[in-house]
Ligand binder design. Structure first.
Ligand code: ACO
Ligand code: LMR
Length: 264
């Protein structure tokens, strides 16, 4: 179990006696001896099990590709403004993190929920997208401010390429690609974004790895573990933006009037 097969009392005793700490029952020394990486640590601490190498590598690729997307996106902007207001690292970081949500970086769980539901119910991409439109809900994982059908997101391509080569099945991803093919017939900005790529591919990881039961997959999707990947990844970039502002001794930020001035 989570206590490494011991009851709480014997675990507390073991810690008191200086026994080495464990992640989900795996001792630190073993983690280092086996050459585990961050993907393995996430597997142990979030999913409470060791996952095959291609899964942990995929988790690491998600973290690396989502670490930063420049200073102009919502999260980095907030972090930069906060750092330039003289606030500390933690304040600057959380100011940026607080923008992560349904429009920015936090659409992974909903993308997984909606793609899973639509695929499992056998909806065609047309039926799925049109039913979302009727409900007035934007398809999570679809759409981007900058990326277009003729200027795809390289991160999405890289994630898909890795999965096509290494995953036993990419059925959810292929479904999301079909959804994208349909949405692109409606508007050129309705491309699959990183949230959609990670959401659909994580469904393939959960279902295809043989490491999770069906109820466990349902629970992970329902609780919403996957936005955690973006939160964790983007923290790396936001911390970097904070240091950049401090190192460059940037003054208090004031937004240009003409950008926000509005009339009734
Ligand atoms: N599903 C259906 N229609 C959409 C979607 C979508 N996901 N996204 C945009 N549209 C439609 C809009 O309804 C709009 O049409 P309308 O004016 O007739 O209503 C048109 O496309 C243009 O929409 P904008 O609001 O101009 O698009 P914008 O560039 O502001 O939005 C955004 C980008 C926020 C990502 C949007 O596409 C969206 O909400 N997507 C779903 C949430 C999502 O996946 N977010 C993660 C983005 S990736 C990341 O942050 C790392
Ligand atoms: C990001 O990774 O921050 C985004 O895809 C959002 C954006 O506007 O680039």
């Amino acid at each position: 179990g989570e206590l490494g097969g011991r009851d709480e009392y014997s675990l507390v005793e073991a810690i008191k006696q200086g026994e080495e700490p464990c992640y989900a029952g795996v001792p630190m020394s073993s983690i280092l001896e086996q050459g585990f990486g961050v993907g393995d640590i996430i597997s142990l601490l979030w999913f409470k099990r060791s996952l095959p190498r291609y899964c942990t590598k995929f988790i690491e690729i998600c973290i690396m590709l989502c670490a930063d997307h420049g200073p102009c996106v919502s999260g980095a902007h907030n972090t930069i403004v906060t750092a330039r207001a003289g606030k500390d690292l933690v304040s600057s970081l959380v100011s940026g993190l607080l923008t992560i949500g349904p429009r920015f970086g936090g659409a992974i769980d909903d993308a997984a929920r909606y793609f899973k539901d639509a695929y499992d119910r056998g909806l065609t991409p047309y039926e799925f997208v049109e039913s979302m439109k009727k409900k007035g809900i934007r398809v999570p994982g679809i759409g981007h401010r900058i990326k277009r059908g003729d200027n795809r997101d390289k991160r999405v391509e890289l994630l898909q390429e890795f999965a096509r080569t290494n995953f036993p099945s990419v059925k959810y991803m292929e479904y999301a690609v079909q959804v994208e093919t349909y949405t692109l017939t409606k508007a050129n900005n309705l491309v699959m974004n990183v949230d959609g790529a990670i959401g659909s591919l994580f469904l393939d990881l959960l279902a295809g790895s043989g490491m999770f039961t069906k109820p466990e997959i349902d629970e992970i999707v329902e609780i919403g573990y996957l936005n955690g990947l973006f939160v964790l990844a983007r923290s790396i970039g936001l911390i970097g933006h904070t240091f950049d502002q401090k190192r460059l001794k940037q003054p208090l930020y004031r937004h240009p009037w003409e950008d926000v001035l509005y009339t009734k």
